[in-house]
Every structure is written in structure tokens, then in C-alpha cells.
Ligand binder design. Structure first.
Ligand SMILES: *[C@@H]1O[C@H](CO)[C@@H](O)[C@H](O)[C@H]1NC(C)=O
Length: 329
């Protein structure tokens, strides 16, 4: 065989490999590392069995769906949020459709902004189940308003709840995980923890802060390979996040009832979260296109990403000003 032919064959192989990657990317609804883990990695059904999982924000949206999917595995569940009766509803549904018994689910009312209560809540979980294997920091609130019109109280609330509330709870659970030299801290971040989007300066900032906090905490835990930290960054997912988003005032939410059917199904997002937990992935991007493409552009082609972001921003702000609520999140 001549060298020329060999080169042609090599080039053909390279082209084929590129085409396969391109096809994977076009069909992807999450970053390719996560999708690989879903295909070839550890299965949540094996990996998460017998674990004690504490979920905040478990009364609706992603947290609620997470409770349902976890209840189909053999785990012990702690469900936290502010609204007890909603947690009771979620628990009932977990017991009806899952594989858990009454004693496997603890309802633990929790206000993320009431930081003085976090130590006691942590103690309550340890008392009930003896350990915490996974903390899922899911609780949080979003925002829909222009910075210039927004009261500072809104910024304060978003930092208190999304950022400091999460940091506080994590700090309560961390000594326990360090003592056992194992544990998973999983945080539901957002696409805007990485990229920028108009109408959510305060929300965006709180999520950027969380990403910086957990990335840095991971470096401090380098001597504890058994403790892992996962940042989950979903794009638009069906949930109540836009309905409950803060507006210009801290006392007012959007109350949106807009159609969300174009967004990723909550069940799909949560399934990928379980894969993330089972495989201890550091950061995952969960979104359909064009949002997934935006993640990649922000990472690898920032100049192009900024051009597209500003183009889209103009349209979103015009819509917002004319009263069309943008439900993208
Ligand atoms: C905060 O939590 C503590 C301890 O659980 C409780 O006594 C207090 O009433 C809570 N504060 C608020 C404002 O809810």
C-alpha cells in the first residue's frame, strides 16, 4: 500500500470522526461528557442505592421531580422547602409511585434565608438517618426585571436566598462529610451561572457566585477525593421558576402562566442530574439547542457568543417592555 493511499485513508477516518461528533452535537440535549456518562458510565440505579439524599426546594419544579425519581431507587429522602403542605403532597406521591416506605422520607421544613436554622436542620437529618450522603442544593428564586428599575432589596434577597442560603447549608453539612471522608454536594446552578442574559442581573450574579464558590471549594477538598462537588447548569426546563421569579420589587413575582411546553421536560433534566450524581461529574450543561450551542460558544468562541447574546438581548428587552413575558430560563 502506498503512502498516498494511507494518508487518504487517515484523512477519511478523521473526517468520519468529525462527522460523528457533529451528529452527536446536533442531537444533544446536554454536554457530550454527560451524554457519554449516560451511555457508558455508572447507572444511578446501582450507584445511588442506600444513600441518604437531602433535597432543598423539593416542593416544586426540578426538586419535586427529583424526589419522585429518587423515590424509585432505594434511598432515604429528606425533603426541604418552606411550604410544609406542599412537601406533604410530594411525600404522598413519592409513597404512591415509588419504592419507599413512610420511614424512608423525612419532611424537614427549611427556609434558606433563615441561616440560624440550618445547623439544627442538619442535626435533625443526622438524628433521623445517621448520615448525609448527598446534599442537593436546589432551592432558589429567579428574577425578571431591568437592573435600572430594580430595587436593591431584590438583589439582596437573591443573594441571601440563592447564594448565602446555599453556602450556609453547605457549611453545615461539610464537617460531617469531611469526618466521613465522603459525600456528594450537588448544586442546581443555571445556564446564567455561566453566560449572561438580560432581565436577571441579580439572579445571574447569585448563580455566578455559586459557581465560583463551589469550584473553589472543590480545590480545597482536593485531599478528600471521596467528597465530590457537582454544578448542574440547566437551560430552560419546565418548572415554576418563571412564575415565582422576582420582579422590580421583592414582594412581587411575575405570576406568569405562559406556555412552557417548548422547554425541556423536567423528567429528562432530572434523569440527567441523577447520571451526574452517579458519575460525580464536576459541571454539566443540560439544555436543548440553541441554548446548548450557547454554552459551547461562550466557552470556546466568546466573541461570537457576545455578538449573538446582544442581538437576542435587544429582542428580549423590546418584548419585555411591550409586556410580553419572556419565559426563557
Ligand atoms: C428561624 O429559625 C429559628 C430556628 O428554627 C426559629 O426559631 C425562628 O423563628 C426562624 N425565624 C424566622 C424569621 O422564621
Amino acid at each position: 500500500m502506498s503512502w498516498g493511499l494511507l494518508l487518504w485513508l487517515l484523512a477519511l477516518c478523521a473526517l468520519l470522526a468529525l462527522a460523528v461528533q457533529l451528529l452527536r452535537f446536533v442531537r444533544a440535549d446536554a454536554d457530550l461528557t454527560l451524554l457519554w456518562a449516560e451511555w457508558q458510565g455508572r447507572r444511578p440505579e446501582w450507584e445511588l442505592t442506600d444513600m441518604v439524599v437531602w433535597v432543598t426546594g423539593a416542593s416544586s419544579g426540578i426538586g419535586e421531580e427529583l424526589a419522585y425519581q429518587l423515590s424509585k431507587l432505594r434511598v432515604s429522602l429528606v425533603l426541604s422547602a418552606r411550604r410544609v403542605h406542599e412537601l406533604e403532597r410530594v411525600k404522598r406521591k413519592c409513597l404512591e409511585n415509588g419504592n419507599l416506605k413512610e420511614k424512608d422520607i423525612l419532611i424537614l421544613p427549611l427556609d434558606l434565608t433563615n441561616r440560624s436554622s440550618h445547623e439544627m436542620a442538619t442535626k435533625a437529618v443526622l438524628q433521623e438517618f445517621g448520615r448525609i450522603d448527598i446534599l442537593v442544593n436546589n432551592g432558589g428564586v429567579s428574577q425578571r426585571a431591568l437592573c435600572v428599575d430594580t430595587s436593591l432589596d431584590v438583589f439582596k434577597e437573591l443573594i441571601e436566598l440563592n447564594y448565602l442560603g446555599t453556602v450556609s447549608l453547605t457549611k453545615c453539612v461539610l464537617p460531617h462529610m469531611i469526618e466521613r471522608k465522603q459525600g456528594k454536594i450537588v448544586t442546581v446552578n443555571s445556564i446564567v451561572g455561566i453566560i449572561a442574559a438580560p432581565l436577571s442581573t441579580g439572579y445571574c450574579a447569585s448563580k455566578h457566585a455559586l459557581r465560583g464558590f463551589f469550584n473553589t471549594l472543590r480545590t480545597e477538598l482536593a485531599t478528600y477525593p471521596g467528597i465530590t462537588i457537582s454544578n448542574i447548569c440547566p437551560g430552560p426546563v419546565q418548572s415554576n421558576i418563571v412564575k415565582n421569579a422576582l420582579t422590580e420589587e421583592v414582594t412581587k413575582t411575575t405570576g406568569s402562566t405562559a406556555d412552557e411546553s417548548y422547554k425541556m421536560a423536567t423528567s429528562r433534566c432530572v434523569r440527567l442530574m441523577l447520571v451526574t450524581m452517579a458519575n460525580d461529574l464536576k459541571e454539566v450543561w443540560i439544555a436543548d439547542h440553541p441554548f446548548l450551542l450557547m454554552f459551547y460558544l461562550w466557552q470556546y468562541m466568546p466573541t461570537l457568543a457576545w455578538w449573538l447574546t446582544n442581538k437576542a438581548a435587544k429582542r428580549r428587552i423590546e418584548n419585555f417592555k411591550s409586556g410580553v413575558l419572556d419565559t426563557t430560563e
